[in-house]
Ligand binder design. Structure first.
Ligand SMILES: Cc1cc2nc3c(=O)[nH]c(=O)nc-3n(C[C@H](O)[C@H](O)[C@H](O)COP(=O)(O)OP(=O)(O)OC[C@H]3O[C@@H](n4cnc5c(N)ncnc54)[C@H](O)[C@@H]3O)c2cc1C
Length: 286
């Protein structure tokens, strides 16, 4: 039995596609009804997902790759003492082992990794459409005694980066929160979304983690990717490589992002952002 799991719709679709390529004996665990598996158990959230997945003791769990899915999957792998791999692009069974393909060296190459079963894998987001089935839904919730207490709830920016046509993305070179605010206004005027490098999300905390582009963040393919003060390390480029047009603003003309850029503006990122914002606002006033 292969268990497909994700807390969100896109993750469940991506995971189902990879799971269907491995086998057809599929059972789903998710928060919403979906017909990519013949049998589905609905769960209320992360804690119930951990309980449900562990109690089934499956040979293989194929999970979505969002931050929350990764958290659940890692906990389940630890409980089941199962092999684990994230960022999986493709997988196939070879006897008692699972051969997976995943990016290595910041996405420059694909590595083949052989995992012993039982295994838990988290897929990399993909746009593929899995087959659909008449689905039997189990709505019985498991009792969960959570050790987690919710202290505070914060509203997060819900703009979907994966479907954004324009992304304004900031790196350390944007200089600080003032620059991030300017970039956010620019994204609004352009009808796009705001994102950033790992330096500004994980290290500096100028943007929340779900705005991160790259190998350990989101993979996007907008029509326009405007990179403000981003150096263009391979781990970042992995997430934006499929953008149609890349405009990079960097004070260093030799920054690696220049290799990815269709247009390179050698300038101060903050000055560029405020000048562009002023010009666009003037244009809108006409
Ligand atoms: C396992 C692993 C996973 C990782 N995953 C990710 C990931 O998913 N996403 C990600 O982004 N990174 C990731 N990283 C980190 C990555 O390697 C880089 O450290 C990070 O992308 C750098 O962010 P940055 O370009 O904002 O900062 P920096 O590398 O510090 O670059 C700042 C850039 O701004 C320019 N600059 C400075 N001042 C100005 C100015 N005033 N005007 C214009 N330009 C200016 C500089 O010339 C420089 O090019 C990962 C690293 C590891 C090891």
């Amino acid at each position: 039995m292969i268990v497909v799991f994700s807390l969100d719709r896109d993750g469940f679709r991506s995971a189902s596609f990879i799971a269907q390529s491995i086998g057809r004996d599929l059972v789903g665990i998710s928060t919403e009804v979906s017909n990519y598996v013949p049998q589905l158990r609905l769960i209320g959230g992360e804690e119930e997902a951990v309980e449900a997945l562990s109690s089934m003791r499956p040979q293989l769990v194929v999970s979505g790759g969002s931050r929350k899915d990764l958290g659940v999957a890692a906990r389940v792998a630890a409980r089941l003492r199962a092999s684990f791999s994230s960022n999986v692009l493709a997988a196939k069974l070879q006897g008692q082992r699972l051969e997976v393909e995943r990016p290595a060296y910041g996405g420059k190459v694909k590595a083949s990794v052989s995992l012993e079963l039982p295994a838990v894998i988290c897929v990399s987001g993909n746009d593929s459409s899995p087959d659909t089935f008449p689905v039997q839904v189990n709505r019985e919730h498991l009792p969960v005694r959570s050790k987690i207490r919710v202290l505070e709830r914060r509203v997060r920016d819900s703009t979907d980066l994966r479907s954004a046509k324009v992304i304004v993305s900031v790196g350390r070179g944007i200089g600080g929160k003032e620059g991030v605010e300017l970039a956010s206004q620019l994204a609004q005027v352009l009808g796009g979304a705001l994102a950033g490098s790992r330096a500004v999300t994980a290290e500096l905390g100028w943007l929340p983690p779900d705005r991160q582009i790259g190998i350990s963040g989101q993979r996007v393919k907008p029509d326009v990717y405007l990179a403000l003060g981003i150096s263009g390390q391979p781990q970042h480029v992995f997430g934006m490589r499929e953008s149609k047009v890349v405009v990079a603003v960097n004070k260093d003309r030799n920054a690696p992002i220049a290799e990815e850029a269709d247009y390179l503006v050698v300038a101060d990122a903050l000055t560029f952002a405020s000048e562009l914002l002023r010009a666009l606002k003037n244009e809108l006033r006409r």
